[in-house]
Write a protein that binds this ligand. Structure first.
Ligand code: SF4
Length: 427
């Protein structure tokens, strides 16, 4: 029974599998989250052949093949390499999250795909990037329809209009720090990342995320070595549409435009059969491309006219979530026990049981431990495993202080029923 979450300090990759409770897992990244039908089909087949058939879509828009036996790892790596699903470079580089419809969004100000590829190449080649903490993440937005404002990243570039020119607004740890020309994106990212590394090492307890460093030292010391930054005025799409949209909560499920449809798997875990079906649906009804999003949803772009309902129906038949109001979309749960060694409780069975008890607009997070991998956002109800029992947090995250402790699954069901039928203040 685990007493505390294990902080590993590194992220898995194809070349650096991570041992979990259900065997090893490998993580696969795709530039701009773009995956062809052929690639998706190949991953589905490899997950069934080498793993336990489960493929997670992570909050960094990566795929994870789970449940791999140690002796099968070299065979899987060989096949991933042969299928061009991974590169031969074993180096860890920070995650780059791009607007999920990059290059296909008519509302976008710029096609960011080449800039993201350039940034990834710079990060892979520059030794400064190796010193970054594992969770460090960079976002590049095209100023289009799907905002990444709600995705917690360390450095964010958002395409914007400055007079008649397109540039990028830059944020670090959520704070706006200025604008850059498009040509300066990669170098600016590396300079800010290097400043982060250098300043954090001077701290007694080095910051792991940019927002922590910004809180400690302010933005000016981090941007001091960044000559490409300009303070001149510009307008991001977020600034222009803030009031009209009334926020940026978005989860990527349902029709996005007349030719883009989003869907998700319960708890973000696809079966091999579901991923293979998505590959076929995208090939038959669209242009054979899938887009992975940080909302743990998959988008199918360029769907043929009139085919969107068929896409939705085929995906729903396969058990996927196709309706943004589906209650399963409001329930988050990490793999829990026995899949994760940090977990002392099962999570998804309980989450499935509790989902129907929720009131509309309630959200539920069941976490195997206080690390809270499945969701960093506050939930109406959060259940956190501890020493084989559950603690219950109201309107908070897995790290917040519980109001009820040491509950059995039966106690949890009773408590949730009471909470969802009575005034929460009396619980
Ligand atoms: S939150 Fe869940 S998946 Fe993450 S370390 Fe804890 S038990 Fe494991």
């Amino acid at each position: 029974m685990s007493a505390a979450p294990q902080i590993k300090g590194w992220c898995p990759s194809a070349w650096r599998p991570m041992l979990s409770g259900d065997g090893y897992l490998v993580r696969l990244r795709f530039s701009c989250g773009i995956l062809s039908s052929e690639q998706a089909r190949a991953i589905a087949a490899l997950a069934q052949r080498y793993g336990n058939g489960v493929i997670d879509l992570t909050r960094r828009a990566n795929l994870q093949i789970r449940g791999i036996a140690e002796e099968r790892i070299p065979g899987l790596q060989t096949e991933l390499l042969a299928g061009n699903l991974i590169g031969s470079d074993a180096g860890d580089i920070p995650a780059v999250i791009a607007s999920p419809l990059a290059g296909r969004d008519r509302d976008a100000l710029i096609d960011i795909r080449p800039l993201v590829r350039e940034l990834e190449a710079h990060l892979a080649a520059d030794s400064r990037a190796r010193d970054l903490p594992a969770k460090f993440c960079i976002a590049v937005e095209d100023g289009g329809r799907l905002s990444l404002q709600d995705v917690g990243v360390d450095i964010a570039f958002e395409a914007c209009c400055r007079h008649t020119r397109i540039g990028f607004a830059v944020r670090i740890g959520g704070e706006h720090i200025g604008f850059i020309e498009t040509d300066n994106l990669a170098e600016t990212a590396l300079t800010l990342a290097a400043a982060f590394c250098s300043l954090r090492t001077r701290q007694l307890s080095p910051a792991r995320r940019m927002r922590d460093l910004v809180e400690e030292v302010g933005t000016s010391s981090i941007t001091a070595s960044c000559p490409a930054l300009s303070r001149a005025s510009g307008h991001t799409k977020a600034q222009r549409h803030k009031h009209a949209w009334g926020g940026y909560a978005y989860d990527g499920v349902g029709p996005i435009t007349e030719d883009v449809f989003g869907l998700a798997a319960p708890f973000g875990s696809f079966s091999g059969a579901q991923l293979a079906l998505l590959a076929d649906v995208a090939a038959v009804h669209a242009e054979g491309e899938l887009r992975l999003t940080p909302w743990r949803a998959v988008l199918i772009p360029a769907i043929a006219a009139g085919a969107i309902d068929r896409v939705a129906a085929e995906c729903a038949r396969a058990g996927l979530i196709t309706d943004a109001c589906d209650p399963r979309r409001y329930v988050a749960a990490c793999p829990g026990a026995p899949a994760c060694p940090s977990a002392s409780v099962a999570t998804r069975q309980l989450a499935t049981l509790l989902g129907p008890l929720l009131r509309s607009r309630d959200t539920l997070h069941v976490s195997g431990c206080s690390k809270g991998c499945a969701s960093s956002a506050a939930s109406s109800l959060a259940l956190i495993g501890r020493e084989g029992r559950y603690d219950l947090v109201r309107n908070g995250t897995a790290k917040d202080t519980p109001v009820l402790f040491g509950l059995s699954p039966e106690d949890v069901c009773l408590a949730v029923k009471r909470i969802t039928t009575e005034d929460l203040a009396h619980v």
